[in-house]
Design a binder for this molecule. Sequence first.
Ligand SMILES: Cc1cc2nc3c(=O)[nH]c(=O)nc-3n(C[C@H](O)[C@H](O)[C@H](O)COP(=O)(O)OP(=O)(O)OC[C@H]3O[C@@H](n4cnc5c(N)ncnc54)[C@H](O)[C@@H]3O)c2cc1C
Length: 477
Amino acid sequence: MVQWPRVAIVGGGIAGLAAAVRLCGQPVHVEVFEARRRLGGRAGSYWDAPSQQWVDHCQHVAMGCCTHYLDFAHRTGIAAGLRRDGTLHFFGPRSSRVDVHAAPLWPAPLHLAPSLGRLRYLSRRERYRIATALLQLARQAGHAADETNSMRAWLVRHRQSPRAMDLFWAPVLVSALSETLDRMAVAAARQVFVEGFLAHRSAYEVLLPVVSLAELYDQLVPEHLSGYQVRLHRGARIRRVAADAHGRPQLVWGDGLSQVFDRVVLAVPWRQTRELLEESTVQLVPELVAASRLEPVPISAVHLWFDRPFTPLRHAVLVGRQSQWLFHRTATDEGDVTAAAGHHYQVVISASRDLAARGAADVLAIVLADLRAVWPAVADARLIRWRLITQREAVFSMSPGAASARPDQATAVPWLYLAGDWTRTGWPATMEGAVRSGYGAAHRVLTSLGLPTPPPVRELPRGCLVRWWIGQQTFAP
Ligand SMILES: Cc1cc2nc3c(=O)[nH]c(=O)nc-3n(C[C@H](O)[C@H](O)[C@H](O)COP(=O)(O)OP(=O)(O)OC[C@H]3O[C@@H](n4cnc5c(N)ncnc54)[C@H](O)[C@@H]3O)c2cc1C
């Protein structure tokens, strides 16, 4: 009987799960080893006893441009748990609401121009300068300096007022990249606007889960994988990955037990990859040393349970405030399913370094003041309970220079492959980046085994106006 090659995936976050999904149906034997009791990694939930529900540590949102994530979602069946919203609800500084959506008949990259024109909390001149800067940003592809220059410096050079930065550029970019304008690279900002807003009419649409992340990644994805005989090991922390006497990789557990494989995909966070390897292996993959220096950035989520709803919206973008996004995932057309245990809202603050010095009560006060300013009805609602969750190493910083520190999924060690949002994907630390890295690692594994690879995932097609103005530049490496 022919023995199929054995592939171990260490790390059951979205990158590791995506690698497994991409290997499904191939003549390889796949096992996933996840240290925690639940799969999904940073995209996880906790069990909330009062509401008897899974509550996400932090709401995760995908966009219409996330082609690989959507491919993963369709293959695994989690697409049924995502809801697409074609309108983004922006609330300006004086609480004026602007619904941002693609204008009928306007082709990309101009489809959002009428919405930009409605952002009346910006002056006419500011809106005009934003539009011209956006078109310039999209057009100027691939200057080496864009990897090393900060976006704030670029905006100053392109005559953007402080108000335009605070009320337009920051609200979009800080939540997309989880980094502040002065610390993000121009190239990263361009990728957000080109891929996320300009290149296709549906690129900007948001996909919000209607179920918890635990249901998506710890229930539905494993159900799909087990249909392909992928073996999933939860609570399996790998201590070391090293070559045995015959040069084959083996995984070593804390209790000293070990298992030999043909290929290993390391899909753990960037600061933990190096620790799992022997020094002699790290020397062959020096890019891991550079990657371990990628700077982590925190994201905070403030969970609030009120005795009554104050808005029926599932999401809102709060412009010019410390609270950046509001989510109300459990809102349905029929009402709020959490009503019995309180109406659950979540406020997300990306790049939340400034909050670290403040106590949780201070953070709550800021968030409540922001909400009251936008929805006066919050003042009448009783806050039943709340919880602040800050993930200190939520994502890595897309700072100037970071792109060159991200390694490819293939390494100089013939059996070792890397996956994770931090590897070189051309995308920031997102679920899309994680899936791209997992698919990339799976392709490289298959190629190394002399097996055919599945056809690549199709990117969103670009219309002739986009091709003329922006060209075919892609951000994939
Ligand atoms: C608060 C927050 C909000 C976010 N919001 C969004 C969003 O709205 N949209 C979006 O697209 N992205 C968002 N992200 C980013 C997204 O969650 C990540 O990019 C993505 O989940 C990374 O997946 P990954 O598999 O690369 O890494 P991880 O999720 O970190 O997975 C790595 C896995 O490896 C496991 N592991 C580590 N060491 C070992 C070991 N020794 N043995 C076995 N297993 C091990 C870990 O337990 C973990 O499960 C957010 C992240 C955070 C933290």
